[in-house]
Design a protein around this ligand. Structure first.
Ligand code: NAG
Ligand code: NAG
Ligand code: ZN
Length: 416
């Protein structure tokens, strides 16, 4: 009976299941033609370094086959906007993190310039809409990991000038001003109980500049402090739901509720290990995260943050960036309305970014924060202390010695 049914389906080329699949895929593609799919995190730039040392002149990004992302797949996947990750590993902290990050920003700029028919470099919510109208993929930059700014608000501001529009506060290491998510696993000790007072300054400066605060990779303490202190909504550029898979990179329900209250967004990560807490996963497991976040935080807080080219294992059915429409179709099959799907595709991120821009504009009369981090909080052999008075370096030691000599001489003078 079953066999006959299958044969019949094959014979007519359709049956109830495939018909429903086709219908929801058609609907998914229609919605994706009306609202840009905006993805929060893609590590293609890191692959460009790892595989080509950022030499992109000779390679053809249309057909590149050693990555989850190429132009052909981007078109199939209807990728409307991408936050490309300017990521460098924690091993660069206190060494060449800033240089390496600038090189990642540079390779994103060069990629956009080489493929102008596909990418449009973008720095605002309006740019995303403009690119979508031009049938191009809006290309934005997010810096992943606070170690990339080397504890300097000046570096943050300069990166803003280069187009950076979000900063993930930490990657997988503490910075001199923020704890990272590993603190919550117990594998790393807390240094700050969340953010230090410089970390709090940084939140204010990000609000003032209009750099979105990304809490992916943050521990619970930092999530809550930022939600308390930030004047603008936050993003989780690539994190899933803790209740569905209790991994510390995921977002617990109590935080989902606060993200709803503050108008932020959680962009779901597809990495198997965060989706099922195991090495294997299916597309429907990712949809479970979407369903859960919708249930707890509402359809207004969800987005896509695939983490393509940043992870080694992806769910069956979501193997590369071309597959995302299948996930959209699955949400429709699960009863998501057109409005809910459009919210998740891009409307939510656009709302957050507009609000971040509005807060920036409301603060445009305040001056940049020019108070540097205290030297003792960043002292290390690769950092000089120019500009800091009495920082305890050779320079001020010699000044102290000079002062002592002068005092002694004065004493001698008085005694005669
Ligand atoms: C947009 O791009 C798609 C895919 O490359 C193409 O099929 C379509 O014709 C383009 N539409 C416009 C308006 O350029
Ligand atoms: C938060 O939840 C409330 C109640 O469920 C809903 O009305 C509101 O639109 C949600 N906010 C966002 C940003 O999703
Ligand atoms: Zn990450």
């Amino acid at each position: 009976m079953l066999a006959e049914f299958v044969v019949l389906c094959l014979w007519f080329g359709s049956c109830a299941v495939t018909e429903a699949e086709d219908a929801s895929m058609t609907r998914a593609l229609k919605l994706m033609s009306e609202t840009p799919l905006i993805d929060g995190h893609n590590d293609l730039p890191w692959q460009l370094r790892g595989q080509f040392n950022n030499q992109i002149k000779e390679l053809d990004l249309h057909t590149l086959s050693t990555t989850h992302t190429n132009i052909r797949k981007i078109k199939q996947g209807r990728l409307g906007a991408q936050f490309w990750s300017a990521y460098v590993p924690c091993q660069t902290q206190y060494k060449d993190a800033v240089r390496q990050t600038l090189e990642q920003i540079d390779v994103i700029h060069r990629m956009c310039e080489k493929y102008t028919e596909t990418f449009m470099f973008a720095t605002s919510s309006q740019d995303i809409l403009d690119a979508f109208r031009l049938n191009k993929t809006a290309s934005l930059i997010g810096v992943e990991g606070g170690h990339s700014i080397d504890s300097s608000l000046g570096v943050l501001r300069t990166m803003y000038q280069l187009g950076v529009r979000y900063l993930t506060l930490t990657h997988s290491c503490n910075t001199p001003w923020a704890d990272n998510w590993l603190v919550d696993t117990g594998s790393e000790p807390s240094r700050h109980n969340g953010l230090s007072s410089f970390g709090k300054q940084l939140i204010g400066e990000m609000n003032r500049l209009g750099v979105m605060i990304d809490l992916a990779h943050a521990p619970l303490s930092v999530m809550n402090q930022v939600l308390d202190w930030s004047k603008a909504p936050v993003i989780f550029s690539h994190s899933s739901a803790y209740s569905v898979c209790p991994h510390r990179r995921n977002v617990p329900d109590e935080v989902l509720v606060r993200v709803n209250q503050t108008g932020g967004i959680v962009m779901v990560n597809f990495y198997n290990d965060y989706v099922t807490c195991s090495k294997t996963a299916k597309l429907s497991d990712v949809a479970d995260h979407f369903d859960h976040i919708k249930k707890v935080g509402g359809a207004g807080v969800i987005g896509f943050g695939g983490d393509y080219d940043g992870v080694s294992r992806l769910p069956e059915g979501l193997e590369d960036v071309s597959k995302v429409p299948s996930l959209v179709a699955e949400l429709l099959r699960r009863g998501w309305t057109d409005e809910e799907v459009k919210a998740a595709l891009g409307q939510n991120l656009l709302r957050v970014m507009k609000e971040v821009e509005r807060v920036r504009d409301s603060l445009n009369s305040s001056m940049p924060d020019d108070v540097p981090i205290p030297y003792k909080e960043v002292e290390n052999p690769c950092r000089t202390s120019f500009g800091y008075q009495n920082a305890g370096n050779e320079f001020s030691l010699s000044r102290a010695a000079l002062l002592l000599i002068l005092i002694l001489q004065a004493g001698v003078t008085f005694n005669t």
